[in-house]
Design a protein around this ligand. Structure first.
Ligand SMILES: Cc1cc2nc3c(=O)[nH]c(=O)nc-3n(C[C@H](O)[C@H](O)[C@H](O)COP(=O)(O)OP(=O)(O)OC[C@H]3O[C@@H](n4cnc5c(N)ncnc54)[C@H](O)[C@@H]3O)c2cc1C
Length: 402
């Protein structure tokens, strides 16, 4: 019988766990500890928050009174420094010990900083503080170098154009995101940068040097260095696993969990960005997306409650850049072929990845309906006729009938 749950980390995974515990009928104590001022949402950090159109209070994951209303003890501005499943305790930075029959590690991650000479003090983007610092630097006319053209790098480039910065985006991979959205759509998405004045360079970053007038960047692909006022690294995240390692849990580029989010110690669960599932002996990739973190929380709550886990559904994420809304569901990389619905570059279009007559993934631009339909087609394993799928005049709901 679990009476006390301590959740370490107040991102969507941690807050999602607390919410799902209460909605599932958990009556024991829930304590949520977060290092920040209050639990806030991360996706806006590269979008509206960076643009200055939303402030910190606008991106709170829950209104302040929600925690009291749900009898969730929220402890902020401090860190959990140790998790001790053997004694059923969690220790805070101040030395306070909290009783915990079950600990949920929802510790997220930090922005990766590869060992590029001169890059130790340049901007990264993971926290609201990072975003505030970057926002202050993105003055009109600022010369910005964005390193990494994946999801976050591309969003920062897009927001910086809106802020009238001069943007150069470097990435050695061309086109970025091909594995997630397919090569053709990835190329189109990457091409949007140039249409909005972003200079894209296929290159890595070799080193950075401070000069009296800025930061000189040496790129691997060009001999001539280029000068910038602001540099931001958008090269991925590192899962926060230190507490898990110190507690003796199994860690391998993520905290290893099973399908119930249970770690190698049954009294500790892990959810969200740092959790890495081992399924049938195979280590899966960490998801690193918002909805996946929320679903982890719902599964962890079911584990605590001893109730059936929520139904599995195809993974989904979104990204916004240059005023287009992109959603991806399932696994486009698993597709043998693609059915395009509409025309790439039209205001709204989608592409469906198919394998053995079934949809395995989809990507949609400004078309949430297509993604919702694709998700149902994937989840229910409905066989589809490719020609009908690719015909925009056919309502996708018809295909859901099989
Ligand atoms: C800039 C940005 C934009 C993004 N945009 C999108 C998007 O458009 N679409 C999408 O699907 N996903 C997006 N993501 C990814 C998504 O936000 C993450 O997958 C999600 O936030 C993961 O949630 P989490 O709860 O696992 O971790 P986090 O949100 O990182 O939360 C972890 C929390 O744990 C706290 N913590 C860590 N260690 C301790 C400790 N020892 N004691 C106390 N507290 C601790 C941290 O302070 C943090 O608040 C974006 C991410 C970023 C950074």
């Amino acid at each position: 019988m679990i009476d006390n749950v301590v959740i370490v980390g107040g991102g969507i995974a941690g807050v999602g766990t607390a919410a799902a515990l209460r909605s599932g009928g958990f009556v024991g104590d829930i304590t949520l500890v977060d290092a920040g001022e209050f639990p806030y949402d991360r996706p806006p950090l590269s979008k509206e928050f960076l643009a200055g159109t939303k402030q910190l209070a606008d991106i709170a994951l829950q209104p302040p009174q929600w925690y009291d209303e749900h009898k969730i003890r929220l402890i902020t501005n401090t860190r959990v420094t140790a998790v001790r499943p053997s004694t059923g305790e969690v220790e805070l930075f101040e030395g306070t010990a909290l009783p915990a029959d079950c600990v949920v590690l929802a510790t997220g991650g930090r922005a990766a900083r590869p060992p590029i000479p001169g890059s130790q003090d340049v901007h990264v983007l993971r926290t609201a503080t990072d975003a505030e610092k970057l926002r202050a630097a993105l003055q009109p006319g600022a010369r910005l170098l964005v390193v990494g053209a994946g999801l976050i790098g591309a969003e920062v480039a897009s927001t910086a154009v809106d802020l009238d910065c001069e943007v150069v985006l470097v990435d050695p991979v061309r086109p970025p995101l091909a594995h997630a959205v397919g090569a053709e759509i990835a190329a189109w998405l990457h091409g949007l940068h140039a249409l909005r004045g972003v200079v894209t360079v296929r290159s890595g970053l070799e080193s950075l040097h401070d000069t009296p007038s800025g930061i000189e960047a040496h790129l691997t692909a060009t001999d001539k260095p280029r000068e910038f006022d602001v540099v931001v690294l958008g090269v991925g995240m590192v899962p926060e696993t230190a507490l898990a390692e110190a507690a003796g849990l199994e860690v391998d580029r993520g905290i290893i969990v099973d399908r119930t989010q249970t770690t190698s110690n049954p009294a500790v669960l892990a959810v969200g960005d740092p959790a890495r599932v081992r399924d049938d002996g195979i280590l899966l990739r960490r998801a690193e997306h918002w909805e996946a973190a929320q679903h982890d929380g719902q599964r962890a709550a079911a584990t605590v409650l001893g109730t059936p886990p929520p139904a599995e559904t195809a993974p989904w994420f979104w990204t916004d850049r240059h005023h287009v809304h992109v959603e991806v569901v399932g696994d486009m990389a698993a597709a043998e072929r693609t059915a395009l619905r509409g025309t790439i570059g039209a205001p709204k279009f989608s592409a469906f990845g198919l394998r053995n007559g079934h949809v395995v993934g989809a990507v949609a631009v400004n078309d949430s309906t297509a993604v919702r339909a694709a998700r149902r087609l994937i989840d229910r394993r409905i066989a589809v006729d490719t020609a009908r799928l690719a015909d925009p005049s056919i309502d996708l709901r018809q295909l859901l009938r099989g």
